[in-house]
Design a protein around this ligand. Structure first.
Ligand code: URA
Length: 254
């Protein structure tokens, strides 16, 4: 492909920005200063821009700590979407994997790897999603039993077995302690919910079936991918190679 397209696709800058870099002599191909932004390169060439090696990456993977008040969509005429939190030159072909409600916060995987997204979301792949939920009333052992047995929602939808862990005195001992400390409301109204499906408003409707209202919802993990406790709400970072590798391993669960 053309050198300027390669550099733009690898997120070095927009097509016009990378052309300027080439003209300034800041791009090298196999050690030689490139003169023509339109020169032909392949993934086998060693390409450097401003002294940094720009390896070929087929796909891009980001973890977003979604804030409340933002739509999980790629674009919307009126409302801010999760992709609006990314600079324009990174947005090409990116989509969120699954959906969080507008008022739900926490982990959202964003990628241009459609095949991986499809596998992670396929109901038969059984990828666990863990949420921290705050409810208006304390969660009971009866609720735990009903979640485990598989709830039937008000519209008759029958759900798979789900995990429900009441968070009380031992909150600090939980591996997700960092997140729990920041959740609002009394501790005894907090619980960890693990679901394998991703039905519309699923957790809210599950609690509703138990006579409770969800007042706070944060996704903590999706399969092996855990929300980085150092990532502030509204910010994103690239996944590490290890995180990508582990997520790709989720495929074998199919
Ligand atoms: N369940 C819900 O009810 N809402 C979400 O955003 C995610 C799961």
């Amino acid at each position: 492909m053309r050198l300027d397209k390669y550099l733009a696709d690898m997120h070095v800058g927009s097509r016009s920005e990378v052309k300027i870099l080439v003209r300034k002599g800041q791009v090298r191909v196999n050690g030689e200063v490139a003169k023509d932004p339109g020169m032909f390169v392949t993934a086998q060439d060693r390409i450097e821009a401003a002294g940094e090696t720009i390896g070929y990456q087929e796909h891009f993977y980001y973890m977003l700590n979604k804030p409340a008040g933002i739509l999980t969509a790629t674009e919307d005429k009126k409302q801010q979407t999760v992709l609006d939190l990314f600079p324009e030159n990174l947005r090409k072909n990116l989509s969120p994997v699954g959906r969080l409600d507008k008022d739900t916060v926490g982990l959202l995987l964003i990628t241009d790897d459609g095949a991986l997204a499809h596998r992670l979301l396929a109901p038969k792949s059984h990828v666990d999603k863990v949420y921290l939920a705050g409810t208006d009333l304390p969660v009971t052992e009866e609720d735990v039993k009903r979640f485990a047995e598989g709830l039937t929602l008000s519209d008759g939808t029958e759900l798979m077995s789900a995990g429900l862990k009441i968070l009380t005195g031992d909150v600090k001992a939980d591996p997700f302690g960092t997140f729990i400390a920041e959740a609002p409301g009394p501790d005894d109204h907090l619980s960890l919910v693990t679901i394998r499906e991703g039905k519309f408003h699923q957790i809210k409707r599950m609690f509703e079936a138990c006579g409770k209202k969800v007042v706070y919802l944060k996704r903590l993990s999706m399969g092996s991918l855990m929300l980085d406790p150092d990532l502030p709400e509204g910010e994103w970072r690239e996944l590490t190679e290890q995180e990508i590798f582990s997520l790709q391993g989720e495929r074998s669960a199919l």
